[in-house]
Design a protein around this ligand. Structure first.
Ligand code: AMP
Ligand code: ZN
Ligand code: FE
Ligand code: FE
Length: 293
């Protein structure tokens, strides 16, 4: 048995495109024996309060968080924010803008799918998304599966929804500086999410890219991630240690949306140690942010 306390700092709930509610996520994490989790929904913090409340009731540490997509050199890059102040007004209003950008884009995806001959309405997509705040492409994928147009979500993305595919529509994004400032203004720690997932990035480009983001205020790197091989993980860890960046990690759990990924362990062997959370909290004790840490 392992004696190290484990965590998962990258989790999507039904507030965005995950399939479990915040309460269900907390229960599942507790059952799996995790010591802390971070809720990182796309463009919304709406899942955090329910998760924190449930965490207090059943005894699981919940780190408030968010994941936003910024536009960097023409490509989407994801930024995670941890320990954000959930009452911060500029955070709340800018996240609402990001939801509005989704609401501009989403009907255009429907139009494209319709013009390709697929019978799908935005109502169908909203039904799948339930009372979630951020409606995204995985919800479209699920409708396409249910209507029998594709076998599974992968095929939906490959044929229609992924960047460059026939029904793909860009959405407006913040610049990296805007995204990073937004989180910092809300007393959050900014982390570059899954750096090796950036479109077209090669191992040898990585340091240059991270350096640019560090110049724009990034404070941490997501080092532990299911898709990264040991060499990539080591490369990120070494870089973070060399440059004084926080190290984080998580599975990007989406529930049934990504059926191969398990909460806490990814494809089965991911292990993210609790000490990473302890380090982030130290900083916040020093800086005394407005929130209860
Ligand atoms: P959106 O927020 O609407 O732009 O959708 C982004 C989400 O779609 C990501 O967070 C993933 O959950 C999912 N996604 C993106 N690309 C793919 C892909 N190629 N295959 C499966 N899911 C994907
Ligand atoms: Zn997602
Ligand atoms: Fe992401
Ligand atoms: Fe994510």
């Amino acid at each position: 048995m392992n004696s190290v306390d484990l965590i998962d700092l990258h989790i999507h709930t039904s507030a965005s495109d995950g399939t479990f509610s915040p309460r269900e996520i907390v229960k599942l994490a507790k059952e799996k024996g995790l010591k802390a989790i971070g809720i990182t929904d796309h463009d919304t913090i709406d899942g955090n309060k329910e998760a924190i409340k449930e965490g207090k009731e059943i005894g699981l540490e919940v780190v408030p968080g968010v994941e936003i997509s910024v536009e960097w050199e023409g490509r989407p890059v994801h930024i995670l924010g941890y320990y954000i102040d959930l009452e911060n007004e500029s955070l709340k209003s800018t996240l609402q803008n990001l939801i509005d950008f989704r609401e501009e884009r989403n009907p255009q995806i429907i139009k494209r799918l319709n013009s390709l001959g697929l019978n799908i309405s935005y109502e169908d997509v909203k039904m799948i998304a339930g009372d979630g705040t951020a409606i995204g492409r995985p919800h479209f994928a699920q409708v396409l599966v249910e209507k029998g147009y594709v076998k599974n979500g992968d095929e939906a993305f490959r044929k229609y929804l992924k960047r460059g595919a026939s029904a793909y529509v860009e959405k407006k994004r913040l610049t990296p500086r805007e995204g990073i400032q937004l989180i910092k203004n809300a007393f959050g720690i900014t982390v570059l999410a899954h750096p090796f997932n950036i479109d077209g990035i090669k191992n040898r480009d990585l340091e240059r890219v991270i350096f640019q983001f560090k110049g724009m205020g990034i404070e941490g790197l997501e080092v532990f991630y299911p898709l990264f091989n040991p060499q990539q993980t080591l490369q990120l860890k070494t870089f973070a240690e060399k440059h004084g960046l926080y190290i984080t990690g998580g599975t990007d759990f989406h529930g049934a949306q990504k059926p191969n990924i398990q909460l806490g362990s990814g494809f089965g062997d991911l292990r993210v140690p609790y000490e990473l959370v302890a380090r982030m909290k130290e900083k916040y004790r020093e800086e005394k942010s407005p929130q209860e840490r």
